[in-house]
Ligand binder design. Structure first.
Ligand code: HEC
Length: 120
């Protein structure tokens, strides 16, 4: 086989690998989005604070505390409110327009606040 053909074969393989990598990036599930606590703070303080408190330490018992809650738990809760797998009239409305990035950022923010402590 002439040398040139090997190069073509290699380029084909590289293209396949690159395409597969791209495919993975685009099919990333919502919960796999990396959160940025600092970015989540703004929305948390301006929107969620009304019920959950600015740092997630709500004072009313009917609004769950979010401060210090497990990050993945917060993320999956918001994803399920958004998809209405978890039903609550208030939170379905709150989560309806949140993007995956906003959900990840909000979860990172509330999880990083001092509040609930999970004991292992
Ligand atoms: C108008 C009041 C209100 C606002 C504003 C609000 N929430 Fe909630 N939130 C609630 C109530 C009530 C519940 C409990 C719902 C239930 O029983 O499922 C709740 C539940 C949650 C839960 C589930 C907690 C758990 O322990 O399971 C998360 C997470 C959450 N809210 C995040 C947010 C975020 C993030 C925002 C801002 C984008 C927000 N909420 C804005 C009232 C509110």
């Amino acid at each position: 086989m002439p040398v040139g053909n090997n190069r073509v074969e290699m380029m084909k393989k590289q293209t396949i690998v690159a395409t597969m990598t791209l495919g993975l990036a685009f099919t990333m599930p919502a919960w796999a989005t990396q959160g940025d606590a600092e970015a989540g703070k703004q929305k948390a303080v301006s929107v969620c604070a009304a019920c959950h408190g600015p740092d997630g330490n709500s004072t009313a018992p009917n609004f769950p505390k979010l401060a210090g809650q497990n990050e993945d738990y917060l993320k999956i809760s918001l994803i399920r409110y958004r998809s209405k797998e978890r039903i609550n009239a208030i939170m379905n409305g709150q989560a309806a327009t949140l993007t995956d990035k906003e959900i990840a950022d909000l979860a990172a923010y509330f999880a990083s606040q001092k509040g609930l402590q999970v004991k292992y």
